[in-house]
Design a protein around this ligand. Structure first.
Ligand SMILES: NC(=O)C1=CN([C@@H]2O[C@H](COP(=O)(O)OP(=O)(O)OC[C@H]3O[C@@H](n4cnc5c(N)ncnc54)[C@H](O)[C@@H]3O)[C@@H](O)[C@H]2O)C=CC1
Ligand SMILES: O=C(O)C1=N[C@H](C(=O)O)C[C@H](O)C1
Length: 267
């Protein structure tokens, strides 16, 4: 099997550390460099708690992408930095697998056009966990039968973006099958701002909970006459995301367009 050469952005983060282990575990993956906001000029093996992988660490993505021959960038950084890395990677012909969340519609559109122009695969995956993908698909199915729905996403309190990428993606998928409806009482008023959560352009409410002890969880609650349906997914650790990262890295080698969401590549 062809070796896939990978640059990893954010190796010291919660997801990055899991990704280092994944790359080390898979015989056909090779970690050829890392992007970090510190440790420029060191090797990954110089850092405490990391395996003996002789990958150079760069701070400057342009320098890294110019000097290192790589097939794929895995980005697990921050919303602000992930967008910069993704665009630069495509411009340098390196295929980005992006777990970093926080991309808006305009940014996705711009990247779609860039991927088309450069004929370079891009995968933007708001959630890599197979259970989360199924939760979103089931919610999309249920929305054919229930117009009334609210999303509650629950995460650890170190998360920067709200609502979560998964919450936004779920609302988008539901909107494809749900007949639009103005939910709640027409005269309802928030006596404390934000009480009814964030409202997407399709009128779906997303409520974001942030608490220590949580990892990544979501409930999609549908309501109908005399009944409700709750679809829930829980990630209890970050290893839950790694089979999706592996699949995305393997699949991106065959793509020349942008794919937004793993539901498009998981049967
Ligand atoms: N798609 C998915 O399934 C999942 C996505 N995520 C997303 O992945 C991202 C990372 O999540 P965590 O690992 O929990 O965050 P984290 O805060 O633990 O890690 C982020 C890492 O990015 C690094 N970083 C910041 N600026 C940088 C720069 N200029 N260059 C290189 N590295 C830089 C930080 O030093 C840190 O090590 C978030 O956007 C999160 O929402 C998280 C879990 C699952
Ligand atoms: O920040 C996280 O932790 C997660 N982020 C992603 C999101 O915003 O949906 C995926 C998962 O929920 C974990």
């Amino acid at each position: 099997m062809k070796i896939i050469k990978i640059i990893l952005a954010g190796p010291r983060g919660r997801m990055g550390r899991e990704a280092v282990e994944l790359i080390q575990r898979e015989e056909h993956f090779e970690l050829v460099a890392c992007l970090d906001r510190v440790n420029e000029g060191k090797r990954l093996s110089d850092l405490d708690g990391f395996p003996q992988i002789d990958a150079p660490i760069y701070k400057d993505p342009v320098k890294c992408f110019q000097e290192i021959e790589a097939d794929v960038l895995i980005d697990l950084t921050t919303p602000e930095i992930g967008k910069i890395h993704t665009k630069l990677a495509v411009e340098h012909g390196i295929r980005p697998v992006v777990g970093t969340t926080g991309f808006n519609e305009e940014e996705l559109q711009e990247l779609t056009e860039l991927a088309d122009a450069k004929k370079t695969g891009v995968i933007i995956a708001p959630n890599f966990a197979v259970g989360a993908i199924l939760m979103m698909k089931f919610a999309q199915m249920a929305a054919k039968h229930f117009q009334d729905v609210e999303i509650i996403e629950l995460h650890h309190d170190r998360k920067l973006d709200a609502p979560s990428g998964t919450g936004i993606k779920t609302a988008e998928m539901i909107s494809k099958t749900r007949t639009p409806k103005q939910q709640g009482h027409p005269n309802e008023e928030e006596t404390i701002q934000g009480a009814r959560g964030a409202e997407t352009k399709d009128g779906i409410r997303i409520h974001s909970v942030r608490l220590p002890g949580l990892v990544a969880h979501q409930e999609v609650i549908f309501g109908g006459e005399g009944q409700s349906l709750t679809i829930r997914h829980d990630s209890y650790n970050r290893a839950s995301f790694m089979s999706g990262v592996k699949l995305a890295v393997e699949t991106i080698m065959t793509l020349d367009v942008l794919v937004y969401g793993l539901e498009n590549i998981i049967e």
